[in-house]
Design a protein around this ligand. Structure first.
Ligand code: G3P
Ligand code: CA
Length: 268
């Protein structure tokens, strides 16, 4: 007997603040994460990477150039060196209308700093970037989640979900902690028709699938759902795109503007 499709109401669609409220504060900083939560996001999205001396930090790019006043690959930095960088002034220069003097004190946060500052007031969408040190990063991440009591418990909504473009990463995590909901991200370059066979394969370890919203259509939603997968499009900033995706029945939307999405979802 086929399982009944889940009931989706706009209220139940998850609002994921992409790199925090990164349209309004410097991305991936404590400012952006705090603002994301205050704007009513259900989840804050964090890209997890490792410094040269093995600390888990939150940074999107694999170099520090774009979002700090430093230069070079993250892996060339110790945590101490990274902490000296200014991770907010670039935002003030680039967005003078949204600038705030306090942003110039923003740092690249460690994962633990984010968890300590937000606690259980928000849920966490953790993205593991592809990289050669992924297995070590994954083990450290699972230990941290355990230490902060963030591993899912039966019968309760999971405080974390993990996104990754890397199938190997998701499969390794699934073997170690099968209770964590995992989302297989599909690179926008690979988007397009995904076969039933491939969706079936993804379903063996993942609980959802994330497409670039620009490279998906109603049919992708229908097919992924027919395999029991949730659908998490990224990164949607315009109201008209949000409305279109909601009309197709997606389960979550990742956005730089969580307050805008909540207006569309009427969660305010
Ligand atoms: O949630 C998926 C999204 O975050 C992937 O894109 O490049 O912003 O990490 P990116
Ligand atoms: Ca991400």
């Amino acid at each position: 007997v086929a399982e009944a499709p889940p009931v989706i109401t706009l209220e139940s669609v998850w609002n994921i603040a992409h790199r925090g409220a990164s349209g309004s504060a410097p991305e991936s900083t404590l400012f952006a994460f705090e603002l994301g939560r205050r704007m009513g996001a259900d989840f804050i999205e964090l890209d997890i990477q490792m410094t040269g001396d093995g600390h888990l930090v939150v940074l999107h790019d694999d170099t520090v150039d774009r979002t700090t006043d430093g230069q070079g690959p993250l892996t060339r930095y110790t945590l101490k060196e990274l902490k000296r960088l200014d991770a907010g002034s670039w935002f003030n220069r680039r967005h003078p209308k949204k600038a705030h003097p306090s942003f110039q004190h923003a740092q690249v946060p460690t994962l633990e700093e984010v968890l300590l500052s937000q606690g259980r007031r928000v849920r966490y969408c953790l993205e593991i970037k592809e990289g050669s040190s992924a297995p070590l990063l994954e083990r450290k991440l699972l230990k941290t989640l355990q230490r902060y009591h963030l591993l899912p418990q039966k019968g309760r909504p999971s405080p974390v979900i993990i996104h990754s473009f890397s199938r190997e990463t998701l499969q390794r995590i699934h073997r170690q902690a099968p209770e964590i909901p995992l989302v297989q991200l599909i690179h926008y370059k690979d988007a397009g028709y995904i076969s039933h066979r491939e969706l079936n394969r993804i379903r063996r370890y993942a609980w959802g699938i994330g497409f670039s919203y620009k490279r998906m259509d109603r049919e992708d939603v229908r097919r992924a759902r027919s395999h029991g997968l949730r659908i998490h499009p990224y990164t949607v900033n315009r109201k008209r795109d949000m409305r279109r995706l909601l009309s197709w029945g997606v389960d979550a939307i990742s956005t730089n503007y969580p307050e805008r999405l909540n207006k569309v979802l009427k969660k305010e």
